[in-house]
Design a protein. Structure first.
Lengths: 201, 352
């Protein structure tokens, strides 16, 4: 289906369509810039994904240590030691950057593991909290990567559509309107000339 | 000389009765081999089936309407542990009873610690979480204590008891937002009280020495653990006099331990009466692992008290051997039950 259908070929329309094309080209440029920025941001973040394996390994080590300590110290010692630490409070904040949805996690009330009186459990809690925070940061990064990748895909699709479909069709429309105007001007010229010549006789 | 030895040989009837009963009661204890075979069972269910002690089986089979898990089993083991200690107090009298009552205070200390921790975190706690010590053997009313609101209220409840000396530590605990200082001082009070009772016993030297060694092992663990965690040793510096009293050493020695670098710590112990501890802390110091340090000291103390007490089966140290073995049996059974429930392999289970 051509964009030129149902378009009146007037000078006003031509001006309007040219303005629209200029706007579309500028938007395409902006989208291209956004695409490049998102791509470079993604490139920066992607190497961090490698750390997940290491963090997971460390988490497994700490988990094994946790099981061992739980066995050796007993449920009651663990439960009562954990009672000294107030409940953790977190806040998930959503924000948009260049239309990309990102999440940040704020520790409103971080677990104060230094309160734990049993040194064995305290040592484990410090280690576990450290790995947990790294895993949390990794999850935030992964979430960011996912959002950026989705946005990159959408932006690239939009840029492609604009460059390969919309802009050429607008250019085609402008050409069509120009040709129509030219034709109309030519016929008008011929008609005028004919009337002038006839009137002269 | 001969006369003195003759007098020494004469033991009171209470003593003879107590040692005989302890020998009788010790037959109910599980041997190391039995505990090891329990640790080799397939899973938690087969652990329960293999568990042979009459006291345990009776209690576990009487549980109705609830599925027995490791936590519940540990409570049963705790019941038996406390019952065994209480039983011994009930069957004896005089200085020995006072000594056993002082020993029993370790259960009370454990319960106070649990309440303290809950109150520090602003959590609720019930008496079911505490070790089941009959009211007649406690100087603290735990039914009231669990319902108090704050740490100040706990301090108020402890003021009329032997733990009144911990009041300053409560202030430090509030500033540090940790119950650790109070727990340390309560432990110190417990050991000083126990040592005072032990010193009144006839031929008390070995008993006092064994208790001092137990206290020294907890002090050494705590000092090194704090060093490993890079936390300040201020609380130890403040209470070095009381600590030294408990260990039976000079304050200077305790201060030397506090100031000692980790690599010179062992040599300081090696030159003292606590030489056995030095051999048990070397791996922990090398790895700077608090859990490893705890386990090796705990295991080391078992070997130490067994070697000391077994030398004299008719001496008073045999009574201490029984008391410690009862405690180790409780700890080991709870350890095996939890390990089995969590699916640990037999080779991963290391008994105390």
């Amino acid at each position: 289906m051509s964009i030129s259908q149902n378009v009146s070929a007037s000078r006003g329309t031509l001006l309007e369509v040219r303005k629209q094309l200029q706007f579309i080209k500028k938007s395409t440029e902006i989208l291209e810039m956004k695409r490049d920025k998102v791509a470079s941001e993604l490139n920066k973040l992607l190497p961090q994904l490698k750390n997940r394996v290491e963090i997971e390994d460390r988490l497994q080590d700490v988990y094994r240590k946790f099981v061992k300590t739980l066995v050796e110290q007993g449920y009651e010692e663990f439960t009562t030691s954990s009672m000294t630490v107030p409940k953790v409070q977190t806040e998930l904040r959503r924000h948009l950057i260049m239309g990309i949805e990102e999440y940040d996690l704020d520790m409103v009330n971080p677990p104060d593991v230094n309160r734990i009186p049993n040194p064995v459990i305290k040592e484990l809690a410090i280690e576990l909290y450290k790995v947990f925070m790294e895993l949390l940061e990794m999850s935030i990064t992964e979430n960011k990567i996912e959002a950026l990748a989705n946005d990159l895909m959408n932006t690239a699709r939009k840029v492609n559509a604009l460059q390969k479909i919309i802009i050429p069709s607008y250019q085609e429309l402008i050409k069509y309107i120009e040709e129509r105007i030219m034709e109309e001007e030519l016929s008008e010229f011929v008609r005028t000339k004919f009337i002038v010549e006839k009137g002269g006789n | 000389m001969w006369r003195r030895e003759g007098i020494k040989m004469l033991k009171s009837s209470t003593y003879i009765y107590l040692v005989s009963r302890v020998h009788g009661l010790s037959t109910r204890l599980m041997s190391r081999g039995e505990l090891e075979s329990l640790s080799k069972t397939q899973n938690f269910a087969s652990f329960l089936e293999t568990l042979s002690g009459e006291e345990y089986v009776r209690r576990l089979s009487s549980i109705q309407g609830e599925e027995v898990d490791a936590r519940l089993a540990s409570r049963v083991f705790a019941d038996v542990y406390v019952d065994r200690l209480v039983h011994l107090v009930r069957i004896t009298s005089g200085k020995y009873r006072d000594f056993l009552l002082s020993f029993l205070k370790r259960v009370e200390i454990e319960n106070i610690k649990r309440v303290l921790r809950a109150k520090m975190g602003g959590r609720d706690i019930s008496v079911e979480v505490l070790l089941p010590l009959p009211r007649e053997f406690t100087s603290v009313n735990f039914n009231d204590l669990v319902n108090v609101k704050s740490l100040d209220d706990v301090q108020f409840h402890l003021t009329p008891t032997i733990y009144r000396g911990a009041s300053e530590a409560f202030q430090i605990a509030k500033n540090m937002v940790s119950t650790y200082p109070v727990e340390l001082i309560l432990e110190n009070i417990y050991f000083l009280n126990l040592l005072a009772s032990a010193s009144k016993l006839p031929s008390s030297k070995k008993v006092v020495d064994l208790i001092r060694n137990e206290y020294a092992s907890t002090v050494v663990f705590n000092i090194l653990a704090i060093k490993f965690l890079d936390a300040p040793l201020t609380i130890f510096e403040k209470y070095s006099r009381q600590i030294s009293k408990g260990m039976g050493v000079s304050s200077d020695y305790v201060n030397d331990l506090l100031r000692a670098r980790e690599d010179t710590f062992s040599s300081l112990l090696r030159a003292s009466r606590f030489a056995w501890i030095s051999a048990n802390i070397e791996d922990g110091i090398e790895s700077r692992d608090v859990a490893e340090l705890y386990n090796s000291i705990k295991r080391g103390f078992r070997i130490y008290y067994e070697s000391v007490s077994r030398r004299d089966p008719l001496g008073i140290t045999y009574l201490l051997w029984y008391l410690y073995t009862v405690e180790y049996e409780y700890l080991n059974l709870s350890l095996i039950a939890t390990a089995k429930e969590l699916g640990l392999k037999p080779e991963e289970i290391k008994l105390y």
